[in-house]
Write a protein that binds this ligand. Structure first.
Ligand code: PGA
Length: 251
């Protein structure tokens, strides 16, 4: 979708649609899915897929620059005795442009909050573009604390970092909307995205970074969400596992 946006001046704007495959698909299924996406893609929007680590190399061979590749995580150290972990330089070498940092599932199951600033620093050092995820839980929203939570996550994660708007993407993913079928309304999402830009600006960061919405994005709700002024694209989980749905969101 090409969106006509009014910022300081009129401009055409390309959305970014990212598929987060989570822990789904080994090499065979990954290659089949990405091949179908590449074959049927008919859009000027930027598209990226984030398969599991073991499938990255095979998917890189298929996409060959037609769509971008992202990793779902990196470790917070450069290299060394960290059995089972994968480094920023490794995912860069395999061909990734993007890396998801701070997904709520990693914050929750792997207690990653303390390491996200280090991960962001390392990603940027290796010229990866982090897709930094922030978002409040249901309880926090029900007592009106969503802005405080998201602001806290942004300030803690981005502390000391220097970046231009091309070197970072932020994804707002309300935890209560991930994988639940519940989506933030377009108004709720737009309000939070505008707030995120304000927090970036107030803290001296480049506020023109792309802001993605994530959380039960589907073909049926993506147009309304993506047409909001401050929503520059989407981070898609479940619907990215199916070529037809993912292509419909992209196109
Ligand atoms: P969902 O996942 O689209 O399945 O809600 C989004 C995400 O976790 O990034």
């Amino acid at each position: 979708m090409v969106k006509f946006k009014l910022d300081n001046r009129f401009m055409f704007f390309m959305s970014l649609v990212v598929g987060n495959w989570k822990m789904n698909f080994g090499i065979g299924e990954s290659v089949r899915l990405v091949q179908e996406i590449v074959d049927k893609l008919n859009s000027k929007n930027e598209v990226a897929v984030c398969p599991p680590f073991v499938s990255l190399s095979a998917v890189a061979d298929v996409v060959k620059g037609s769509i971008e590749l992202g990793a779902q995580n990196i470790y917070q150290e450069e290299s060394g005795a960290f059995t089972g972990e994968v480094s920023a330089s490794m995912v860069k070498e395999v061909g990734c442009k993007y890396v998801i940092i701070g997904h709520s599932e990693r914050r929750k199951y792997f207690d990653e909050d303390e390491f996200l600033n280090m991960k962001l620093q390392l990603a940027m050092k290796h010229s990866l573009v982090p897709i930094f995820c922030v978002g409040e839980g249901l309880e926090e929203r029900s007592v009106g604390k969503q802005n405080d939570i998201v602001e806290g996550q942004l300030i803690k994660g981005l502390e000391g970092l220097k970046f231009t708007h091309e070197e970072l993407v932020i994804a707002y993913e309300p935890v209560w909307a991930i994988g639940t079928g519940k989506t933030a309304s377009a108004n709720e999402a737009e309000e939070m995205h505008a707030f995120i830009r304000k927090v970036l600006k107030d803290n001296g960061f480049d506020s023109k970074v792309k802001l993605l919405y994530g959380g039960s994005v589907k073909p049926g709700n993506s147009i309304e969400l993506m047409s909001q002024k401050n929503i520059d694209g989407s981070l898609v989980g479940g619907a990215a596992l199916n070529a037809k749905d993912f292509l419909s969101i992209i196109n």
